[in-house]
Design a protein around this ligand. Structure first.
Ligand SMILES: [Fe+2]
Length: 315
């Protein structure tokens, strides 16, 4: 058995931006005793996004890392792929281990391409992972196995506590008590999932309604929770008509995605980045699709959303 990690070697180095910190002095392929876990959990609550460099991790280590922070959760997309006939381990999207998603731009022959089911080369707009399920994952862990050299694919993160705290008064009042229905018909790249018929009106949109502001179960702080904005008809404010919903969402997204809330990470192989889906969003630059890019992702188990409109109702 490899030597366990100890608290003596851990360093937490803040990014100096609105969120993010690098954790040094830990090897996540080794055991993490309870006191080390406590340090990591506190760093996550304080900094929202953690970067661990130089990690040699198999999928089982990635899943063990998810266990440190609350357990594992299956990706919402997995069920769509299985329903469409994809077999676990057979493609570059559906991993053999249920808790793992593969983010890859390789085709079936292992060649990098622009379009795959794993959306590995495309630019991704701001979003939070799996907001389209009833109980979204608390966090995500993404481990870089192969990344392009100077080939794009940088990931940016933003701080949605700050976005909430700096909301102008008019927006603050307009969102009070309101909810967004989170479209589950599209994938992260905005494309329709296998077997899905494109919607014609908001009545065709499937997905849960979540409060626009949620309370973080660990920090007790309030964060904007916007999910993802797609082309209409899609996610919308439940309590407003179509035009008013689009208008409010456009203004909220403009506010929430300002550069002052952001930190950008440039990947090197061996990086593990862990983010909190309850109080951050992320976005990816386009990838040079002539270069291979393969990352493995695990999700950290979420808990029922605590609504800022009705905090005592949380399960
Ligand atoms: Fe994502």
């Amino acid at each position: 058995m490899a030597q366990a990690n100890t608290v003596d070697t851990i360093e937490v180095i803040p990014s100096g931006k609105a969120l993010g910190a690098e954790i040094r002095g830990i090897d996540l392929s080794k055991e993490t005793p309870e006191d080390v876990r406590d340090v990591l959990k506190k760093a996550w609550a304080d900094h929202l996004v953690l970067l661990f460099r130089g990690q040699k991790l198999e999928d089982e280590h990635l899943l063990a890392a998810a266990d440190i922070f609350g357990g594992q959760q299956l990706a919402g997309s997995r069920a769509f792929f299985l329903k469409a006939g994809f077999k676990p381990g057979e493609t570059h999207r559906v991993a053999s281990k249920a808790g793992i998603s593969i983010v890859s731009n390789l085709d079936k022959d292992g060649k990098p391409v622009k379009y795959t089911e794993a959306v590995g080369s495309l630019e991704l707009d701001w979003h939070t992972d799996n907001s389209y399920v009833d109980v979204p994952p608390a966090g995500s862990l993404l481990h870089a196995r192969i990344v392009p050299v100077d080939g794009g694919g940088e990931t940016s993160f933003n701080n949605q506590y700050l976005a909430y705290e700096t909301l102008p008064d008019d927006l603050q009042q307009e969102i009070d008590g309101k909810h967004i229905r989170h479209d589950n018909l599209r994938n992260t790249a905005g494309r329709f999932r296998p077997t899905v018929e494109p919607p014609k009106s908001r009545e065709d949109i499937e997905g849960p309604a979540h409060p626009i502001v949620r309370i973080h179960p660990v920090t007790g702080k309030r964060a904007l929770y916007l999910g993802r904005k797609y082309e209409w008809p899609s996610s919308h404010v439940v309590e407003l008509d179509d035009a008013a919903s689009e208008d409010l969402l456009t203004r909220l997204w403009r506010h929430a995605t300002q550069d002052r809330f952001k930190w950008t990470h440039s990947w090197i192989a061996g990086d593990l980045v862990q983010w909190d889906n309850r109080c951050t969003m992320h976005q990816r630059n386009p990838v040079d699709h002539t270069q291979p890019r393969v990352l493995h992702r695990a999700l950290i188990k979420g808990e029922s959303i605590i609504s800022a409109w009705n905090p005592e109702a949380a399960a």
